[in-house]
Design a protein around this ligand. Sequence first.
Ligand code: 5GP
Ligand code: MG
Length: 198
Amino acid sequence: MTKCDFTSVDAVWGNIARVVLPREVIAHRVKELAAQVADFYDGAELTILAVLTGSLIFLADLVRDLPLVMRLDVASASSYPGGSVRSEAFELLMPAKSDFEGKDVLIVDDILDSGQTLTRMVESVQASNPASVRTCVLLRKRRSDIVAGIEPDYVGFDIDDEFVVGYGLDYNHLYRNLPDICVLKPEALACDEGSDLS
Ligand code: 5GP
Ligand code: MG
């Protein structure tokens, strides 16, 4: 492991290899997703359960385009400890506070990778007897080994199976504030925690 320079934004953002989805493309697609969601839940009361932290920016953009009676709850999950770039053991760090009984629930997450997180979140909501549960992810990786049976109701983009950051998604707590969704240079994925800003 090498030490990386995290002492300036130029140094940190200099680790970007390539933009996968530019901000304008994301903004356009999020509006399309919001229109689909608004159309489906028209006249109903919607409860959104967002999976923190990666979904934060997607969530903020999505809900502002939903002219619905809507409540918002958050849960926090982790499957990418520290500097890993592959899902590992799922951990529910903070459960939702709401009672979902009788509610129409839409679970919002940033990205579907192995499918483990979304599967577990759906199970946890279903345990409280909701009226309905649907799922929405901004990104879905093209993987052949996604957990069987998990098919999100709303998907923003299907992307290649590579590790991405930006628009809420982090690597080792950094890059969430990048406006575009990007891939990092290989050497940036091999930094140790020595000079981590987080
Ligand atoms: P899954 O449980 O589907 O394997 O992983 C889902 C979670 O892993 C996502 O909610 C996200 O937090 C994280 N994740 C999966 N793929 C990526 C990625 O390419 N980049 C980042 N930053 N996080 C990812
Ligand atoms: Mg996540």
